[in-house]
Design a protein around this ligand. Structure first.
Ligand code: BV8
Ligand code: ZN
Length: 261
């Protein structure tokens, strides 16, 4: 395929981005892979080494809060040393440049937020939607207390050293959505509204197997959006894609997005 030819997907997608009214970008763990954050299901995936049922569920936390906190403390520590990559920066640049762009992320690593801060903007960004919460928020298991908790390391060495709610003294937990838990209503609603309004949906680095997040790009396509998939591997969304880029997001996305006003 010669670049610039009619069937050149890069040129076609650039033109579609320039012409679109309403762009939805849905991201998963793959967008953070080049930042050194392990994905969940690929080779070397996080879940591979650990059984999801043992860790990312309310039951697991009730049964063994120390082990669950050990896993989350390890991830917070590792991700705290990672930085946004070129894909996060390109997505942040498009989000900040165009008021009709919405980013819906399943990621809890905060790297989209950090790319927005690096671009000199404030948080929270109204059009960056977190479907599964954040590793860097703590919340109480029994009262409404929650707060951002980026720096302080968690000491999971004993039940006594685990974080407690300052308001009621109950156990504090990671501010993420576990399996079997509902997603934040407002986030899911805003994501669905953005999906129905989008003319273009870019899906970046997700295996599209976790619901209801995986239904968001499908809602966009059913409402008439064209879909571009950025993933080295095929996913259940591949059959819906108009454009497919089997490269690492950090390589191809800046090349496509930066050229488009
Ligand atoms: C709920 C947060 C109901 C914690 C996570 C149908 C409808 C509704 C629910 C279900 C349903 N069917 C099944 C369910 C239950 C379940 C579910 O979906 N299970 C799946 C596994 C079958 N869903 C739930 O439990 C959800 N809750 O439905 O509640 C309810 C309603 C009312 C009242 C009570 C209950 C909650 C789901 C959220 C779970 N939390 N994580 C934490 O992170 O610790 S899920 C976890 O998976 C992460 O959040 C992650 O974001 C998410 C999705 O994974 P991906 O991001 O896609 O990552 P993955 O590794 O899988 O893929 C990476 C991709 O990147 C790969 O394709 C790879 O090829 C690609 N890649 C790699 N490198 C690159 C790359 N791409 C581009 N560039 C690269 N360089
Ligand atoms: Zn409390």
């Amino acid at each position: 395929m010669t670049p610039g030819s009619v069937d050149d997907p890069v040129r076609a997608l650039r033109e579609a981005i320039a012409a679109a009214r309403g762009i939805l970008i849905v991201t998963g763990a793959g967008v953070s892979a080049e930042s050194g954050v392990p994905t969940f299901r690929g080779e070397g995936g996080l879940w591979k080494r650990r059984r999801v049922e043992d860790l990312a569920t309310p039951g697991a936390f009730r049964r063994d809060p120390r082990t669950v906190w050990e896993w989350y403390a390890e991830r917070r520590e590792a991700i705290g040393r990672c930085t946004p990559n070129a894909a996060h920066r390109a997505i942040a640049a498009l989000l900040l440049r165009r008021s009709d762009v919405t980013v819906v992320t399943q990621n809890v690593d905060g790297l989209h937020d950090r790319a927005i801060i690096e671009a000199g903007e404030e948080l929270p960004h109204p059009r960056l939607i977190h479907l599964h919460g954040s590793l860097f928020t703590l919340r109480c298991v029994s009262c409404p207390w929650q707060e951002p908790h980026s720096a302080a390391p968690i000491d999971p060495s004993s039940e006594v050293s685990l974080p407690r709610c300052p308001a009621c003294g109950a156990m504090a937990r990671p501010g993420v959505v576990w399996f079997g838990e509902p997603l934040p209503e407002a986030a899911l609603r805003e994501a669905s509204i953005a999906a129905t309004a989008a003319e273009l949906c870019l899906v970046v680095g997700t295996s599209a197997v976790v619901y209801p997040a995986a239904s968001i790009p499908q809602v966009a396509v059913e409402a008439g959006a064209r879909l571009a998939e950025f993933n080295p591997s095929p996913t259940p969304l591949t059959p819906l894609a108009t454009w497919i880029f089997r490269q690492a997001a950090g390589k191809i996305l800046p090349y496509i997005i930066h050229e488009v006003e």
